[in-house]
Ligand binder design. Structure first.
Ligand code: ZN
Length: 432
């Protein structure tokens, strides 16, 4: 694990200060760096492309931005921290008085030393995010300021990265993360790097059962775009992980998928219980990350997230304090271990299907029924071999895994597997 943490650390430092957004060269640069970890394919989707109810926006690129005194002393400097500029700020070059500038400044409501993270993707605007000290310094100046935003906002494209890893089964698991946040480490560079390292492990894994669809998209518009352009494949997917905020120092937590009884939630709880540590559970909610798209009516993919200091929950969220003091490669690699265990559990799931689903199977024809009829009553706890056979034939329709059935019947998976094996040998069950 030490080596992985060391590698993650190198990439954290390399990627942290790149100015990412929902489009632009920062995203391309980030994805190209990730290609050093995994063979990602990059896709470009033109501005103006209609994707369901959304439209891919113009591409934004930023070279420099500052608020300076008339003698060119920079008070607010994008090059010091890219959070100083509201993402998607349109180009500006001019002289502004304090009164004119004030409405374009954003302060964190609670933490004076924090630079807040603000965006204006769908309203043409510009602005700067400052600390309380910078705000005071600007306010005290009696003379106008030079404001420069050397940006471009014009037709171009939205960039996303994708990698498909095939397994024995064509059944896919979606693993998604978002690449649109500038200089913040937990939300969500931590998720981007964990996804890349998890993908590298999946690629190296022998005898993969499932196929994996790994996507690196800008949040919301990128996930919507991905769904629209890959609609038929995405509509076949049943399970997904959105990997974000995985590198804080706090407790592990997980956000459930919309169907609390879905197997992904049970497996995540098993993984978390095995750590022996307390963890947080967030029920499904319509707020959150790209599970909002993947769980929507048209797709209904059960999407869960294992996290550590989840978005919304930690004071440094969406500020300059979500930095490399708060997030460490070791913390990310500890969460990576949990995702690795989750995948192992997923890979171990087994599904069976009744080969004779129309009415009951005539058990005696297959040597599965006690020879003297009439005396068979369900046992008190309903757990004789005959009961288990009947339940297996009732429940095994190819969609419910054997561990879920074991939980439901309150028997050991090993007992159930033994009986299932017998039914497979008689030809009345088949492994899906
Ligand atoms: Zn965020």
């Amino acid at each position: 694990m030490f080596d992985t943490a060391k590698e993650i650390d190198g990439f954290l430092r390399q990627l942290f200060s790149i100015c990412r957004s929902i489009t632009g060269n920062g995203n391309r640069e980030t994805l190209r760096v990730l290609q050093e970890i995994i063979p990602l394919t990059l896709h470009e989707v033109s501005s103006g492309t209609r994707v369901y109810d959304w439209v891919v926006p113009d591409e934004w690129n930023i070279r420099d931005a500052s608020i300076s005194t008339m003698d060119n002393r920079r008070i607010v400097d994008f090059k010091e921290n890219n959070l100083h500029l509201v993402s998607y700020s349109e180009p500006v070059k001019g002289t502004y008085t304090w009164n004119e500038l004030q409405s374009h400044l954003h302060l964190h409501p609670e933490i004076p030393e924090a630079v807040p993270y603000r965006t204006s993707y769908y309203k043409r605007d510009w602005g700067f995010c400052v600390t309380a000290a910078q705000y005071r310094e600007l306010e005290q100046q009696k003379v106008p300021f030079k404001v420069v935003i050397d940006s471009s906002l014009e037709p171009g494209s939205l960039t996303y990265g994708e990698m498909l890893i095939s397994g024995q089964s064509r059944r896919e698991i979606l693993i998604s993360c978002y690449i649109c946040h500038p200089a913040m480490a937990n939300d969500s560079l931590s998720g981007v790097l964990l996804t890349a390292f998890l993908a590298r492990e999946l690629l190296a894994k022998r005898d993969r059962y499932y196929s994996y669809r790994i996507v690196f998209v800008p949040e919301t518009i990128g996930a919507v775009t991905y769904c629209a352009l890959n609609e038929s494949a995405m509509k076949r997917i049943d399970t997904a992980l959105v990997i974000t905020t995985v590198g804080g120092p706090g407790k592990f937590g997980y956000k459930k998928s919309f169907d609390a009884s879905h197997v992904i939630n049970r497996l995540i709880e098993e993984v978390l219980n095995e750590t022996g540590e307390e963890y947080l559970i967030y029920p499904f909610d319509i707020h959150g990350s790209d599970e909002r798209q993947y769980s929507s009516q048209g797709f209904r993919i059960n999407t869960a997230t294992i996290c550590r200091d989840r978005y919304y929950e930690y004071p440094q969220y969406h500020t300059s304090l979500d930095n490399l003091d708060f997030v460490t490669a070791r913390q990310i690699s500890e969460t990576l271990v949990l995702y690795r265990r989750l995948i192992e559990k997923f890979e171990a799931l087994r599904y069976y299907r009744n080969t004779l689903p129309d009415c009951e199977v005539m058990l005696s024809r297959h040597g599965l029924y006690p020879e003297t009829g009439g005396a068979q009553q369900p046992e008190l706890n309903g757990r004789s071999e005959l009961d288990i056979i009947l339940w297996l034939l009732f429940l095994c329709d190819g969609s419910l895994d054997i561990d879920s059935i074991a939980c439901r019947l309150n028997v050991l998976s090993s007992e159930l597997l033994a009986v299932a094996g017998k039914l497979v040998s008689k030809g009345v069950l088949e492994i899906v």
